[in-house]
Design a protein around this ligand. Structure first.
Ligand code: DSN
Length: 418
């Protein structure tokens, strides 16, 4: 692995090796993570890294761009076909920059955005006071119904009519349920707002057609390409044809500079791979595993926010177990299960403590774990929760987690042999 870095920078090489070992030996359940296929890794590290490119195919600012033009055209065509989109711009570097390119394309300073509150499951870039966008735009929020813990569409509609936003955003970072894109698209049309779905968390599930697609109902769809899409650390944006020119101008020169041809090539590969039966089957199992985990945790006395999961993640309310999200993140990490603390809707705790944890099933499903292994994971989580500070308990759980995961390699044996 990394035969050049191993010689030129042993200190850094050891950190890469340590991270590979960490990923191999842990049950990775951060909901925004996945395992990049080796092809994606190869392409991300390819000679395309060397090429500087501004503009679009056929109209670049740099010479020597003919091959790059072919890559970008191919990627856009594959992306459009995969998602059934009218227009694709895949120059964004990440999910965050994907969102910023949409804002740069259609909003003026001071315009109003209606989005899901971060505390209720939304995303930092959708208007959190901590994000720079809050200095540029006015933000109003919707959230979940206190009883159902699902999006309160009536309140969303009422807020939209009262506040008259220029843009309504749906899509979330910590929402285990399906989103009614049709209703949100209609509300946006009724109040004269643009509609946008940030599908970052569920892009792979949408690509594989295992959950409903936002594309028929949204003016813009943005996304990162890691998470369930299982590709490079990058981004993508789609829109209706009537907004194509606005989006392209807003992206370059409006928001971004030179594109990253290496990650674009990796995304191009993934747009092909995501149409395969193999990817479809993986995504089907991601959802099955998530739903099985909800049931397995409920059987062990955990309260699962909203009562279950329709996608790749669960949010667990830990208050009934007398532990916090922070405590569980630390204890589970020591026990070999990687999750993150998470605010639950109407959480009485501060964001750095939290009452909940978020658990995703993408990476473990890619490694081949199925329902029987999910039961073992639920058992370990239960044991850790019952005595999170007990060193002997954590050590026993760690052994059980390692025994389980060692049967499911992160990458095929020999993948990183020189
Ligand atoms: N919002 C972060 C997450 O979902 O983990 C990453 O974008």
């Amino acid at each position: 692995m990394l035969k050049h870095t191993r010689v030129s920078d042993p200190e850094l090489y050891q950190l890469v090796e340590a991270e590979l070992t960490r990923q191999e030996r842990n049950i990775e359940m951060i909901a925004s993570e996945s395992t990049a296929p080796l092809d994606v890794m190869e392409l991300t590290g390819s000679v395309f890294t060397n090429k500087t490119l501004e503009g679009y195919p056929g109209g670049r600012y740099q010479a020597g761009s003919e091959i790059a033009d072919q890559v970008e055209r191919l990627a856009c065509e594959r992306a459009k076909a995969l998602f059934g989109a009218e227009h694709a711009n895949i120059q964004s570097y990440s999910g965050s920059t994907a969102n910023y390119t949409v804002f740069a394309s259609i909003l003026e300073v001071g315009d109003k955005i209606l989005s899901m509150d971060l505390d209720q499951g939304g995303h930092l870039t959708h208007g959190s006071p901590a994000n720079w966008t809050s200095k540029m735009y006015n933000h109003v929020f919707y959230g979940c119904n206190k009883e159902t813990e699902q999006i309160d569409y009536d309140a969303l509609e009422e807020t939209a009519h009262r506040e008259k936003p220029k843009l309504i955003i749906c899509g979330a970072s910590s929402y285990p349920r399906l989103i009614d894109y049709e209703r949100i698209g209609k509300i946006a049309a009724d109040v004269g707002a643009y509609s946008m779905c940030d599908m970052a968390h569920v892009a792979g599930l949408v690509a594989a057609k295992v959950i409903p697609s936002p594309f028929p109902y949204m003016d813009f769809v943005s996304s990162s390409t890691t998470k369930t899409f299982c590709s490079a650390r990058s981004g993508m944006v789609f829109c209706k044809e009537k907004y194509a020119k606005i989006l392209d101008r807003g992206t370059f020169p409006g928001c971004l500079g030179s594109i990253q041809l290496n990650t674009m090539a990796a995304k191009c590969w993934s747009f092909k791979y995501a149409a395969t039966q193999e990817f479809h089957d993986t995504m089907v199992q991601v959802v099955k595993n998530s739903q099985h985990l909800a049931k397995a945790l409920q059987e062990r006395g955990f309260r699962v926010v909203s009562g279950g999961s329709d996608n790749h993640l669960n949010v667990v309310d830990l208050r009934g177990k007398g532990v916090t999200g922070k405590q569980m993140q630390i204890a589970l990490d020591k026990a070999g299960i990687t999750v993150n603390k998470q605010m639950i809707p109407y959480d009485p705790q501060k964001p750095w403590i939290t009452s909940g944890m978020r658990i995703g099933t993408t990476s473990i499903t890619q490694r081949g774990l199925r329902e029987p292994e999910i039961d073992v994971i639920a058992d370990i989580i239960d044991k850790v929760t019952n005595a999170p500070e007990d060193e002997a308990n954590i050590a026993a759980c760690r052994k059980q987690a390692m025994d389980l995961i060692s049967g499911f390699p992160l990458y095929p044996a020999g993948s990183f042999d020189d």
